[in-house]
Write a protein that binds this ligand. Structure first.
Ligand code: GLU
Length: 405
């Protein structure tokens, strides 16, 4: 059921201790907590929230900068609306979040104030932290808050975005925010004390204390989240992949271990950051872009892309869908429709149809100079990625650790 990376082929020379030391020394930290860690019997549990705030306050008072990404708005709203359980429809979940967010932030504000710390509410969507037009604004605000000694408290803006409600309990938003604010560590707090070699309830399941390469980890992450949270293990591992591939060390621990995790003690599962993080363009393409279209390719082109990491040529493309311009991100699909890569395309959706299946010489002869260019250059392609922004290939099986070869 499980295989774990041996470490020899990992993307890092770091060991567990090194990663814990990096987390303990981090000056800017993103801490993410899920709904299930803030609730008891489906309702907001103020004692658990206060315990988390106390752990954060300790390091904040010691001069560190902390961004808190928190869920729990829906759970808080259920209580106020008199719902006995989380509604199934999105609209009432959003309504519960709108009602609960005020209560959630009020509790945090109160709890931080007891430590002499001001808190700020920041409601974001994944697009806000990934789209060029908005991320600079988000970063400017967060930076200013951190420099003022305030703890920004981020939640998904559930009124206009439903990605985290449906897929992730803010895991992905936290990883993207960690890259945005150039955090030195990401601490993911949940109701499980780490990644296990099998379902944690299985006899013989063991906690994996160290993962040298998150993208090479293959575990059965079928266990869905609890009834109040939406983020199972799969979305946490996605978050670990996103952050570590941007060079950010990650620890996944149980919420009541927050202080120990922040102090770099050996709790939970530590994920080593890539020693050589992807260039920003490719990181963005892999984890934060939204595909504007899909190019379906034949078997030969699919193999050349995935196995030999070649550029994509017009000759191998069989079908084009979507509306995109040159320079836009597009997905590449195998003949069976499975998305195998994402890249920045060199031609628009109006130009490509006439080029399909044609070799370079024919393209130049029929369409003119320049049309023999690769459709996607290998330097603008990523082969191993998750597309949680669009949800098109989000880990529907719950099994993470994509292997591309
Ligand atoms: N932003 C939502 C919340 O705070 C998402 C998490 C969820 O689905 O429970 O409640």
């Amino acid at each position: 059921m499980t295989s774990t990376p041996g470490g020899t082929m990992g993307k890092t020379a770091m060991n567990e201790r090194d990663v814990q030391a990096r987390i303990a020394a981090a000056e800017r930290i993103v801490v993410k907590v899920g709904s299930s860690s803030l609730t008891s019997h489906g309702h907001l549990d103020v004692a658990r929230l206060e315990a988390l705030v106390a752990a954060i306050a300790t390091i904040q008072t010691a001069g560190k900068q902390v961004v808190l990404v928190t869920s729990g708005a829906i759970a808080a709203g259920l209580q106020l609306l008199g719902f006995t359980h989380r509604p199934n429809d999105l609209a009432r979940q959003q309504a519960a979040a709108a009602v609960g967010q005020g209560l959630l932030i009020a509790q945090y504000t109160h709890a931080f104030a007891a430590h002499g710390i001001s808190a700020a509410q920041v409601l974001l969507t994944v697009e806000d932290v990934t789209r060029r037009e908005s991320y600079a604004n988000a970063l400017r605000t967060l930076d200013a808050l951190l420099r003022l000694g305030v703890v920004p408290i981020i939640n998904e803006n559930d009124t206009v975005a439903t990605h985290e409600i449906r897929f992730g309990d803010n895991d992905r938003l936290a990883a993207l925010s960690a890259e945005l604010v150039r955090a030195n560590a990401l601490v993911l707090l949940s109701d499980i004390d780490g990644v296990y070699t099998a379902h944690p309830d299985d006899p013989g399941a063991e906690r994996i204390s160290f993962v040298p390469d998150a993208s090479a980890l293959v575990v059965d992450a079928h266990k869905a989240g609890s009834s109040v949270g939406t983020g199972g293990m799969a979305t946490k591992l996605d978050a670990a992949i996103i952050a570590t591939s941007a060079g950010v060390p990650v620890v996944l621990a149980r919420a009541d271990q927050a202080a120990a995790a922040l102090a770099g003690q050996p709790v939970g599962t530590a994920f080593a950051p890539d020693d050589n993080p992807k260039p920003a363009k490719l990181w963005w393409l892999a984890h934060a872009s939204v595909a504007k279209g899909v190019l379906r390719v034949d078997e030969g082109a699919a193999n050349a892309l995935v196995k030999r990491h070649k550029s994509l040529l017009a000759a191998g493309i069989t079908d084009v869908s979507g509306d995109f311009s040159s320079g836009d991100p597009v997905d590449v699909a195998a003949p069976d429709g499975q998305i195998i890569a994402r890249g920045l395309v060199n031609f628009g959706s109006d130009e490509l149809p006439q080029m399909l299946g044609k070799r370079s010489s024919q393209l130049v002869r029929e369409l003119g100079a320049g049309f023999d260019r690769e459709v996607i250059h290998r330097d603008s392609l990523v082969w191993r990625f998750k597309t949680g922004v669009t949800g098109t290939t989000t880990d529907s099986t719950g099994t993470t650790g994509v292997t591309d070869e």
